[in-house]
Design a protein around this ligand. Sequence first.
Ligand code: FES
Length: 107
Amino acid sequence: MPKITYISHAGERAVVEVPVGWSVMEGAIQNDVAGIVAECGGGCACATCHVFVDPLWTDKVGERSAMEQDMLECTATDSTEVSRLSCQIKVTEDLDGLIVELPESQT
Ligand code: FES
């Protein structure tokens, strides 16, 4: 099962196994990783699942959709070129080892 590392804004690492087909957001929520709120439950409608993808992984996680791009303008912590909504990243075997950093605030 792919392992994903979530790094809190304070630098704490949580490494969790996330089933293929889940989203990076679901992996955090189901494993009690703090720092992802996911108010809309994965509907790309709240921007409270914002993460910064490690630059080594940005190609592998794929492109943002137009809707995701719009929502990234509504994040509590300013988005950057490596920002993604974690509910929009589907976990695949290729994402084994993915590292995401969590923003200072999601609300
Ligand atoms: S959970 Fe709401 S946008 Fe990702």
